[in-house]
Design a protein around this ligand. Structure first.
Ligand SMILES: [Zn+2]
Length: 479
């Protein structure tokens, strides 16, 4: 008896020792860079941003054409507002409305970088106009905040890039490397502009050492145990696929239903899918996130993150609790459309549904579809892919030029910010640039914006100014 207790005691001591050792070895990955004083940003920059919000560059949807006058108006606004950019940089229009600029750097042999943003915005959902506190296209400033559709997504990045470069040009600054600006016009509906720009760069054999597009933001108080602001720097992006499930079965009169109807078969298939979620796992970006965030956390959380060999399931369990966290650790399954039936006393012959999948790096469209077929396991359910889709992006290494440049600029701009790589669950135009660069970063340099695609979209005036500071730092930090 005594021996068993002694053995247990020793085991506990060893376990505690291992846990403590790993925790103490779990060292901060933050660059030793102090924040620098924010550059002076003129009020004109803010006024220019307001003007940009007033131009209704809306992507309505695939079937509704865009309002060409608004997009050409936006081009003219850029030309008249940023004269130095248009004098010193080359500009091409791609697919009529997307813009590609080239700023020649000092070193033509070094690989260039690409800064991206998109000029289109999503529409105001009909019926919600009155819920907005302001006119979404008036560019209102209230409470030191800029309100309106596109403030956060994504005109802030576009205007901040232009402001930063116009200012640097006024100082006769020349970047070390060539910088391309890629401004798509239809990110919200598939990014055909960005696809064409990527193809153009590819055809010119351009390999970029950084492609920086919208993505993660700077967030405060959203990460348990961390009180400093955290810059979420996207290093990969989930894939996208929609599958249509359809069932065709003799219908007939609803007075004599067969044991199973097309609707029954379809909903059972959906229920089986939902009851069998994809397995949870940490993708490389999430592993990197833990490596960067863990050491900054209070002791207990730090110990958990430092000892994944023991606590991985606990961590996954925490992630799974919220829809946002769950999306970070697995391929998600979302039924989004369902159609069947026309009349209350007729059993329909045809029932179909669309299921949207956001694919975790590691899975592919192919592997997801295969699994769906085997989970549904019913040949009466025909499964077909809707045309648009893409595999998850490659993962940008955190020790490469691209990540380090963004990390450096973030640390200099936002004092004491904790930089953390992370997995983007939404889609961006940069997903089309996989052949242009293996260092694609998804990061929007703004503090907790509100209302992406929703009501009362807005960001703080200070946040906008910091964004300009960030792009200036980034361009100046290029080696
Ligand atoms: Zn966007």
């Amino acid at each position: 008896m005594k021996k068993i207790f002694l053995l247990l005691f020793i085991l506990v001591i060893v376990l505690v020792g291992v846990l403590l050792f790993n925790t103490l070895q779990f060292k901060s990955k933050q660059l030793d860079i102090e924040g620098e004083p924010s550059p002076e940003i003129s009020e004109t920059a803010v006024e220019n941003f307001q003007k940009a919000i007033r131009i209704k560059t809306i992507s309505f949807g695939d079937s509704i054409p865009l309002d060409t006058a608004q997009f050409y108006g936006f081009h003219r606004f850029l030309e008249s507002t940023y004269p130095l950019v248009h004098e010193k940089l080359e500009r091409e229009k791609v697919k009529d409305y997307s813009l590609l600029y080239k700023w020649h750097g000092k070193n033509p042999n070094a690989n260039p970088i690409v800064l991206m943003a998109h000029m289109d915005v999503v529409p105001i959902e009909p019926g919600t106009e009155s819920v907005w506190s302001v006119d979404p296209f008036e560019g209102v400033i209230e409470n030191d905040t800029i309100w309106g559709r596109g403030t956060a997504d994504d005109k802030m990045s576009l205007i901040a890039i232009m402001e930063a470069i116009e200012k640097l040009l006024a100082e006769n600054f020349v970047p070390e490397r060539t910088i391309y600006l890629s401004f798509g016009h239809d990110e919200e509906i598939g990014g055909h502009g960005a696809i064409a720009i990527a193809a153009l760069l590819e055809s010119r054999n351009i390999k970029a050492d950084l492609v920086l597009d919208e993505g993660g933001i700077i967030t405060i108080d959203k990460i348990p145990g961390i009180t400093q602001p955290v810059a979420l720097v996207g290093t990969s992006e989930k894939g996208y696929m929609s599958l249509q499930l359809s069932v065709e079965l003799n219908g007939g009169h609803s007075s004599m239903p067969a044991p199973e109807t097309a609707i029954d078969i379809l909903i059972n298939a959906i229920a089986r899918l939902r009851a069998n979620p994809f397995e949870a796992d940490f993708s490389q970006s999430t592993k990197d996130f833990i490596q960067y965030i863990g050491p900054e956390q209070p002791f207990l959380q730090k110990m958990v993150f430092a000892n994944q060999w023991l606590f991985k399931n606990t961590i996954v369990g925490i992630y799974e609790k919220s829809p946002g966290g769950n999306a970070m650790v697995r391929t998600t399954i979302a039924p989004t459309v369902i159609n069947a039936g026309v009349k209350d006393n007729v059993i329909p012959t045809l029932a179909n549904a669309v299921i949207n999948f956001r694919i975790l790096p590691g899975d592919t469209q192919e592997s997801v579809k295969d699994r769906v077929v085997s989970v549904i396991a019913d040949p009466r359910v025909k499964i077909s892919k809707l045309s648009f889709g893409n595999d998850p992006s490659a993962v940008t290494p955190v020790d490469g030029f691209g990540f380090k440049l963004v990390e450096t600029a973030a640390r200099k701009t936002f004092d004491k910010v904790i930089v953390a790589p992370f997995l983007m669950v939404g889609a961006t135009d940069s997903r089309h640039f996989g052949k242009v660069s293996d260092q694609i970063i998804k990061f929007s340099p703004m503090n907790d914006p509100i209302g992406f695609h929703g009501i009362d979209e807005r960001i703080s005036v200070k946040g906008f100014k910091d964004g300009i500071g960030f792009y200036q730092q980034l361009i100046k930090s290029i080696k």
